[in-house]
Design a protein around this ligand. Sequence first.
Ligand SMILES: [Zn+2]
Length: 321
Amino acid sequence: MRHAVLYGPHDWKIEEVKTPSVGDDEVLLRIKACGVCHSEIHQWEVKVNGLDYPRYIGHEIAGNVIEIGKDVNGFQPGDRVAVWADGKGYAEEISVKANRLHKISTGISFTEAMAEPIACTTNAVMKSDIQLQDTIALVGTGFMGLILLQQLKLLSPKFIVAIDVRSEILDVAKQLGADFIINPQKENPKKLINELTEEKGVDISFEVGGNESTLNLAADICRMEGKLVMFGYHPGPRSIKDLGYWNWMAFNIINAHFRNLETILNGTRIGMEMLNSGKINMRPLITHKYRLDNIEDAFMAAKSKPAGFIKSVIVMSNIDT
Ligand SMILES: [Zn+2]
């Protein structure tokens, strides 16, 4: 089988290797789709100290079961499944622990069945402990923000404001349930949020963009004693504009990242149930598909975000069912 190996920044090699062996508690998957994750961009762009290269990345995997280990129950060859794996997803085949698999409902395509990102948003929503009629802002409504938006909407907030510098993404946010949209390059978010909240700021401000400006903006529009949820991925130092202000405002700062395997698997299970039952619509979010040989282009798109871009996914064939 073939897989893509990252030897250094922008340095991919597609290699032919043996089919992985299958442990007793594992299954062998024929991978159909693997999403390009924002968290992988940094290590593809620059040589990250402390990380070993070559790297075998790719963790947002969906495919068909082709073989099962002798202790595996509940799965059969042919099953369509999504899985969170610790890398090795940019490949034609992978063996994974069966307890990480989730079946995909008929009607949900492989590229839509992204278990790991949905696990992250699911866990973040649960950790932020939304209350009925909360006012919510999402600062950054790319792929992850648009999943968060749909899940938060189900918890009956008073309103959700989507904030992003890309107007075309704000249109998608509106279609998926955002009550208000703000482009900070065209309007003043703090002024508009103040108008919506009797000058208080929102109850919950999600920082999703993963950069310094989204972090500072999320704080600017959060109310006193409101929840400031750090959801974005921050692969390095950030400067907080005014820590004195954060301190004075008594923000409840929530780091919505998860490293505990049990938590991740629980989020995956709940998130996949929501996807399978139609509560999350991933179809409009999967905008760019690339074959394994063009993995560099998939990463370039994830970095440069061409017009209409929301998510790039590596696909192993042109058939997505
Ligand atoms: Zn991911």
